[in-house]
Ligand binder design. Structure first.
Ligand SMILES: [Zn+2]
Length: 436
């Protein structure tokens, strides 16, 4: 009796072993790419085999040296690139809907629901990683966790939780209302003085964020707020940076105007978001500090030129057309000066999924096409601190891969038509044409 039991267990163990070995085997896939863009050198390599195992790129070799197999995923008519990254998104926020998406009339759960839809849109658009920098409540944290757990499909997310701002600052909603009618921005979002900022950062960390976002100047979408005006003092911003650093986290600063950019850089932030009114003095500080610039040309283009909103109260002193052109010029100046630029679009200000339209705007402003792609791969990975895992098609890195028809170095608009998306070795999208 005892012997039979032992034998039975032995067979069970063997069966489990064989099944798990098969499962491992299935995790291997092989892609044949017509060509692969090496984002470091800016060169293409033709007819390449990419072997993927357990979510990582195991081997890159010449396809011509091996006998072709029907098991390969055939991307021989396509150009393969590393998965794209957008480091300034608001996946749980559909601000572009205006009054239809009334932030404080909606239950908190609504933000998570729109996030589920938008996350899939971004993944399908080729964005395998995003940095989500603020939305109401902690919807981004919930969305990140749902994707990480495999409940839903979406990009790998780094999330900030709600942007921390001063009383009456950008993101403190309900400006100009008398106190008895005031819209109450949730606690942990509005903080004044060093101690409150410190506490807000601690609370954000407690609630599961990966980084901190602060408002260092006013903004466009908050009533009464002036984009060019500085808000937090250097000590307040430094408190945020110090408190975040204790956990190994960095701070992203929303900043349009010169003084706010300067304050944020002095405080030691990792990135300046927007920098739409940046002049040469603060650009110099940004450069010397090695701080990343995230300049959202697409959101500005949409907001200023496609919807033609009235920003005459924002002390910009020009038409929407002039405001956009001035922003594109500042972007070009920062690029020529050699500042570190990471690709961020402010997705949510415009309809999610159009993110890749920004490549053409960056090139139109004067950026080399390869650098526009580097900003969304190599350089974005550096900003996120994942450059050892992502941002290139290289052995040992995460198998985050996309494929397009045509030549994205000759025509940035090819990046708007993504035919294949793989995230960590798992195919998220495959829409290959059957005829060549
Ligand atoms: Zn934003």
């Amino acid at each position: 009796m005892k012997t039979r039991t032992r034998l039975g267990l032995g067979i069970a163990t063997l069966v489990v072993f064989v099944v798990s070995a098969q499962a491992d085997e299935e995790r291997v896939s092989v892609l044949r790419a017509g060509r692969v863009l090496d984002v470091v050198s800016g060169q293409y390599r033709s007819d390449v085999l990419i072997t993927i195992e357990r979510g990582l790129i195991r081997e890159i070799s010449d396809a011509s040296e091996v006998e072709a197999s029907s098991d390969w995923i055939d991307l021989s008519e396509y150009t393969v690139l590393p998965g794209l990254m957008d480091v300034h998104t608001h996946l749980c926020d559909n601000s572009y809907l205006g009054a239809e998406f009334d932030h404080w009339a909606l239950p908190a759960a609504s933000f998570g629901i729109v996030g589920v839809v938008n996350a899939k849109k971004l993944l399908d658009a080729g964005f395998t990683t995003v940095r989500n920098v603020s939305e109401p409540y902690y919807a981004g944290v919930a969305l990140r966790n749902a994707i990480r757990s495999g409940w839903i499909e979406g990009p790998r997310m780094f999330v900030s939780g709600p942007m921390i701002t001063m009383t009456g600052g950008h993101g403190d909603w309900g400006g100009w209302m008398a106190p008895e009618h005031e819209v109450r921005t949730p606690a942990e979002t509005v903080a004044d003085g060093v101690d409150e900022v410190r506490k807000a950062v601690r609370a954000h960390i407690k609630h599961g964020v990966d980084l901190i976002k602060v408002a260092a100047t006013g903004g466009f979408y908050t009533e009464g707020s002036i984009p060019g005006a500085a808000t937090y003092s250097v000590p307040e911003l430094r408190a945020a940076v110090e408190e975040a650093a204790k956990r190994g986290f960095v701070v992203a600063a929303h900043a349009h105007g010169e003084d706010g950019i300067s304050n944020a850089v002095a405080a030691g932030v990792r990135s300046i978001e927007h920098a739409s009114l940046m002049e040469d003095a603060s650009l110099q500080q940004v450069k010397e500090g090695g701080v990343f610039l995230v300049m959202d040309l697409l959101a500005a283009h949409y907001d200023l030129l496609e919807t033609d909103k009235d920003y005459s109260d924002k002390q910009l002193g020009s038409s929407n057309e002039d405001t956009y052109r001035a922003y594109a010029d500042r972007f070009a100046r920062a690029y020529r000066a050699g500042a570190r630029i990471a690709f961020g679009t402010d997705s949510g200000v415009y309809p999610h999924g159009r993110n890749a339209e920004q490549f053409a705007l960056m090139v139109e402003a004067g950026m080399e096409p390869i650098d526009a792609i580097r900003s969304a791969t190599l350089w974005a990975a550096e900003l996120l601190g994942i450059e050892k895992n992502a941002g290139q098609v290289r052995e040992g890195l995460w198998a985050d891969l996309i494929a397009v028809k045509g030549d994205p170095l000759a025509d940035s608009s090819t990046l708007k038509d993504i035919r294949f998306v793989m995230k960590a070795g798992k195919i998220a999208k495959m829409e290959l044409s059957s005829t060549h």
